[in-house]
Ligand binder design. Structure first.
Ligand SMILES: Cc1cc2nc3c(=O)[nH]c(=O)nc-3n(C[C@H](O)[C@H](O)[C@H](O)COP(=O)(O)O)c2cc1C
Length: 327
């Protein structure tokens, strides 16, 4: 089994990729994940129209910053000109890969013919893919769902269309748009996408540990896998899964090492966003670090710790409390 992945001209040094996740995969998170060995961690989706208007939160989502890992920008939009300019700007800003979002199920998004609504309109989807491919020399990829609903699981056809346009890889979340995040991801369905194209196919949905990673790859025949919610409070997970897939023993960070990486993530958040916003943005991660904490087995006690620490408004207090919990 291959241990790495090539997307266009970009070598990815592993097969466990970190998904774009709005409100999660900001620059401080991606920097931490890369530092811990993630081969690939994508930005949150960046709305191209809002990027053009310079909306500050969208500009921040687009920030690629400095870190060791690959830089992958995910774009979303319905206007091919905006997508083209977003793709060109991503390349100029140092992106290695440009990903297009054809999977977001949110009503505000699909209602304006963006995200997974594009799975119902191949013409519109094709125009966006063509615009991106002709605007950048970087590989362009697409992240999609199985289809809009059970009656239209058309990811294999969309993937074929994408390949013909010059898309270099597709990721398939094994749910339909109508499922949102309910039910179980259907990894076996992704095999049909794999059979339809010769570009790399990445399987996504409900992959949270080594066993599921193996099962997802086995059932789908995919070239790589993508993890989303499993990284909550575990930015090392991609590297951990890659080791597992290579058959190399790997331990999740624990004790003082875990405390140190949480504090580094906190401090990076403060310097990236500024103190007030940085603390607010970090608290989501803080909650997850505590929920996923290996310092105690009692989930009720962890929930109480989470509530207590997330009420604190000072980073030195948070660090002190974290030290008491983890070290
Ligand atoms: C909070 C949250 C934010 C997400 N944001 C994005 C996004 O910006 N772009 C995208 O393509 N998918 C987004 N997704 C979907 C994930 O990338 C992924 O496809 C989905 O969560 C299934 O994978 P999982 O079961 O490993 O979480 C988001 C999911 C969650 C839970």
């Amino acid at each position: 089994m291959a241990q790495s992945l090539k997307i266009g001209d970009v070598e990815i040094a592993g097969r466990a990729l970190i998904a774009p996740m709005t409100g999660v995969s900001d620059l401080p998170f991606r920097r931490m994940a890369s530092k811990l060995g993630a081969a690939y961690a994508a930005t949150e989706m960046v709305a191209c129209a809002e990027l053009e208007r310079g909306r500050p939160d969208v500009v921040r989502k687009f920030a690629l910053g400095e870190h060791a890992g690959l830089k992958i920008v995910q774009l979303i939009g319905k206007d091919p000109d905006f997508i083209a300019r977003g793709a060109a700007l991503a390349e100029a800003s140092g992106a290695h890969i440009v990903d297009l979002n054809f999977g977001c199920p949110a009503k505000e998004v699909t209602g304006v013919l963006c995200g997974s609504a594009l799975m119902r309109d191949f013409d519109a989807a094709s125009r966006l893919m063509e615009a991106a491919v002709s605007a950048t020399s970087r590989p362009v990829t697409v992240k999609m769902r199985m289809g809009w609903d059970d009656g239209s699981r058309n990811a294999p056809e969309l993937a074929r269309c994408a390949e013909a346009i010059g898309i270099k890889a597709v990721t398939v979340h094994g749910r339909t748009r109508q499922q949102f995040y309910k039910g179980k991801a259907d990894w076996a369905f992704v095999r049909q996408v794999k059979a339809a194209v010769s570009i790399p196919v990445i399987v996504n949905g409900d992959i949270t540990d080594g066993q599921r990673a193996r099962e997802a790859l086995g059932q789908s025949g995919a070239d790589g896998l993508m993890i989303g919610r499993g990284v909550y409070g575990r930015p090392w997970l991609a590297a951990h899964l890659d080791s597992h897939l290579r058959g190399v023993e790997s331990r999740e960070p624990s004790g003082h090492a875990r405390y140190e990486l949480i504090v580094e993530h906190l401090q990076d958040s403060l310097s990236f966003y500024g103190r007030e916003l940085g603390l607010k943005m970090f608290k989501k991660h803080l909650g997850w670090y505590i929920e996923a904490g290996d310092y105690c087995d009692d989930p009720v006690a962890r929930r109480q710790d989470k509530a207590r620490l997330c009420r604190l408004d000072d980073d030195t207090h948070i660090e002190r409390e974290l030290n008491a919990l983890f070290c």
